[in-house]
Design a binder for this molecule. Structure first.
Ligand code: BGC
Length: 838
């Protein structure tokens, strides 16, 4: 069950896409032909020789002064790279920049470089270069004209290709095998959005390292992960692949993934190279619609969207994937501002950039290239080193080099970047899959992925019942349980949309786990599916109602399928799909206490449930150990500790909705927004039909215990501006609070520290997360928590795109969510003439 992207996923999808693509193709071809003709008539050449003659030094402004990855800058590697580069033909160099998936035809493999095929590239053929252009990846590998492969998995398959490259190609350069291992290879942990809810970077290091170990036994040495796109709009299906709406949390998670995948040495067996994606600002696609465009100010880009990518690059990420979207009118896969200026120039990134799937070809659809040659030139000179699947670099670069439109320097530099990663990962020494191949979920990894799932669950509501106790954890007296809903026994959907190579047969569903419990505890479990995830038939309702009536407590497992989020999974509605809402209402009408478990890849609108159901828990897609983890939390063996990484809205129309908004000139302070406006209450920033706030905000999540916060303080109330500006590496002050477990059981709480900066030259968010910590306390136990605040936490980007601090006022809150209300404050002051600070 290897799940691939929308184009690579399965034959049926592929056929549909090809047909659609070819239809669109004839249309685009006539548009292109027409456009070229018009331009010719007005005497304008689509591409002029003058443009072509960009000096090599300008095309290749990529010298890296302070390399982001020290291992890639190792002089020993450099010597090997140069030695190899000197021996390579132009075809072999271009080969390193080409990537295809598994399109091998062993019968056609020859060991010599065939004369260049006469290829007449057509724009739409590239959508499926494999079939439309008869690409034979085996032939390419054997003749040194393929550098890397995607989603070709398994020791046998990768070794077959690797032998062709290593044994038969002239220079024996190994292939690099990349794959979308997003949240586990065979042993699957929660989807990244769920993992982010754990606020536990050490956990992320552990699970991602585990995935790297498993996948490398199948020949995979490169992950297209982590996706670190900030997503403030849950309509965007790919929200599930990232860490949600907050740049600080996103950056912490990004660093953790890189540590987990790459370790401290890329060449160590079991470590893989990471590809940070999708650079950049893909998460801000307009209206949350997949593959749409992004438009934002440079300040928002730098302050909100770039920090997680930056964190990943600083942590040494070996590769970056350029995104599908355009940013302010320039597609990210031909964007010198993003790739050359920021990524390489400012951040010193010294790995290589791979395009997203056919993103080079898509430059034609973006309308910035009229033909494949222009798309290719724009992509490579903007800093895209490797062409994933477009069939453009291999067909277009030879001509572009011959005509001088792309200099050999640009090609050589791109090849160097690829070779550095290949040397650093130790591929030349260990080209083949090693160790015993992991082909199923690993028993020894189950406890870790179970813990990851337990930490990912977010308890949204847990009201007290008539007897005075909250519904969760389940009381031992509730011996008769009804388990209802399409996700209660659905193994496939426990792995979400990117389950990599996880097998359904390895997955423990909630039904299985609760049946085990019922047996241990001597209780009874009634199960009824009730309905399908997205269906109109109510045929299963009566059985579900009957099960509910017979039970003491009902557990409802509702939500989305894995495929409803992820790539191509944008939704305009955020409610429960199909007739699940009706099922929910009918079950609640039985009067039985209901626990609602929401499986989803994004925040949903849960207004009705929040009004009528005592206990609600968001459980995302929990992975291989889904059932056991859920049972452990439902029965109280583990107290929930997850916090929301994205705000849950009250209505789709509020989107994009996020806690760290900019202020408005008409804040609705002191106005009851739950009532329709009258009089003055209308002329504030508000909706007339729904409150502004989230139903469940960022950072929110309950526990089976409770926590209080006292004595929020700062270690300095006044900081001299010069000191704040001069000191970039050590904290300027510390914010502290005393927290106490006021409940009756040991539990873990994610303490959060938020900051607001008032009085700056650029308006700043109403609050921003600047620190968090998971703290476990016994009942009655107290602890002081400390959050160091320095330049990174207190600075903002000014109009010159420079991070700075000004003489302003700061408020700090410490508490258990973005609604934390215990505060302290301090000021940054300017020096006076006598040297004092005021
Ligand atoms: C996705 C990427 C993925 C790539 C390779 C693309 O369609 O956007 O996230 O890594 O395919 O499968």
């Amino acid at each position: 069950m290897l799940r691939m992207n929308s184009i690579g996923c399965n034959a049926v999808d592929l056929d549909i896409m090809i047909t659609a693509g070819l239809r669109a193709h004839s249309c685009i071809r006539s548009i292109l032909a027409g456009a070229t003709l018009c331009l010719a008539l007005v005497g304008f050449e689509p591409y002029s020789a003058a443009q072509a003659a960009v000096p090599a030094s300008t095309q290749n402004a990529n010298r890296v002064e302070h390399p982001s990855n020290v291992q890639l800058a190792d002089p020993k590697i450099e010597t090997r790279v140069e030695h190899l580069l000197r021996q390579m033909t132009i075809e072999e160099k271009i080969g390193q920049l080409v990537q295809y998936n598994d399109t091998g035809d062993a019968s056609a493999v020859q060991t010599s470089v065939a004369p260049p095929a006469v290829v007449k590239p057509r724009a739409m053929d590239a959508l499926n270069p494999v079939s439309a252009n008869h690409v034979n990846a085996m032939q390419l590998a054997a003749t040194g004209r393929l550098g890397s492969m995607l989603n070709t998995v398994g020791a046998q398959r990768t070794n077959t290709y690797q032998h062709l490259a290593v044994d038969q190609s002239r220079l024996h350069i190994p292939l690099l095998f990349g794959a979308d291992v997003i949240h586990g290879f065979r042993t699957i942990y929660p989807v990244p959005l769920g993992l982010a809810a754990s606020f536990d970077p050490e956990l992320i290091v552990a699970v991602s390292n585990m995935a790297a170990e498993e996948a490398s036994t199948a020949g995979i040495r490169w992950f297209y992960s982590p996706m670190v796109d900030i997503s403030r709009d849950p309509r965007w299906g790919r929200s599930v692949e990232g860490a949600g709406e907050d740049p600080y949390l996103g950056a912490v998670m990004a660093r953790a993934y890189i540590r987990g995948y790459q370790g401290d040495d890329l060449s160590k067996p079991g470590n893989v190279a990471a590809s940070v994606k999708h650079f950049a600002a893909y998460g801000a696609v307009e209206a949350g619609r997949e593959y749409n465009s992004t438009d934002m100010s440079e300040i928002t880009l730098r302050q909100v969207y770039l920090p997680p990518y930056r964190a990943a690059v600083d942590a040494g990420a070996a590769t970056v994937m350029s995104a599908f979207n355009s940013l302010n009118g320039v597609p990210a896969s031909a964007n010198p501002f993003l790739l050359n200026k920021i990524l390489r120039g400012e951040w010193g990134f010294n790995g290589f950039v791979v395009s997203d799937y056919t993103a080079v070809m898509e430059l034609i659809y973006h309308g910035i290239a009229l033909d494949p040659a222009t798309a290719t030139r724009k992509a490579i000179t903007s800093g895209v080193d490797v062409d994933m699947m477009s069939h453009f670099y291999d067909t277009q670069l030879p001509g572009l080099i011959r005509s001088g439109e792309v200099s050999m320097d640009v090609i050589d530099e791109a090849v160097r970047r690829v070779l550095r990663v290949k040397f650093a990962t130790g591929l030349f020494e260990h080209p083949y899959a090693e160790g015993v191949e992991v082909t199923a979920a690993v028993a020894g990894h189950r406890p870790l992925v179970r813990r990851a799932a337990e930490e990912s669950f977010v308890l949204l509501q847990n009201d007290k019942l008539a007897g005075g106790a909250p519904l969760l954890p389940l009381s031992p007296a509730s011996r008769r349980l009804a388990l209802i809903g399409p996700l209660a026994d659905d193994a496939g959907d426990m792995v979400g949309g990117w389950g990599s190579a996880g097998e359904e047969s390895d997955i423990i569903t909630l039904r299985q786990a609760l049946a085990e419990r019922a047996q241990q505890l001597g209780g009874t479990l009634f199960y009824a599916k009730g309905t399908k995830i997205d269906d109109v038939s109510q045929a299963g309702f009566p059985e579900a109602i009957k099960a509910a009536r017979e039970a003491d407590v009902v557990l409802l497992a509702l939500g989305e399928s894995g495929r409803m989020s992820g790539e191509g999974g944008s939704r305009a509605n955020l409610d429960l799909p199909g007739n699940q809402q009706q099922l929910l209402e009918e079950v609640v009408a039985t009067g039985k206490p209901v626990v609602l478990l929401i499986f989803s890849g994004r925040p949903l609108v849960l207004n009705w449930a929040a009004k009528h159901i005592p206990a609600i828990m968001e459980v995302w897609f929990p992975g291989t150990e889904a059932g056991h983890a859920l049972a452990n939390v439902l029965y109280g063996d583990v107290s929930p500790s997850g916090k929301l990484p994205m705000s849950f809205p009250r209505a789709v129309g509020q989107e994009p909705l996020y806690y760290n908004q900019l202020p408005t000139g008409r804040p609705p302070t002191g106005i009851d927004l739950s009532q329709p406006p009258s009089g003055e209450a209308r002329f504030v920033s508000r909706y007339i039909d729904v409150p502004n706030s989230a139903l469940f905000p960022f950072g929110y999540g309950l526990s089976y215990s409770s926590f209080s916060y006292q004595d929020v303080k700062v270690s300095m109330t006044s900081i001299p501006l010069l000191r704040a500006l001069a000191n970039r590496s050590t904290p300027l002050l510390e914010a502290t609070a005393t927290m106490t477990n006021t409940g009756e059981r040991t539990a873990t709480e994610v303490v959060q520290c938020y900051v607001r900066n008032l009085g700056a030259s650029i308006e700043q968010p109403v609050r921003s997360l600047k620190g968090f910590e998971r703290v476990t306390l016994a009942p009655g136990e107290s602890r002081q928590v400390n959050f160091p605040l320095g330049f990174n936490e207190l600075s903002f980007f000014n109009l010159e795109s420079t991070p700075t601090i000004e003489t302003t006022h700061y408020t700090v809150w410490i508490g258990g969510s973005s609604l934390a209300n215990q505060e302290a404050s301090f000021v940054v002051v300017s020096p006076t003439r006598d040297g004092d600070s005021r």
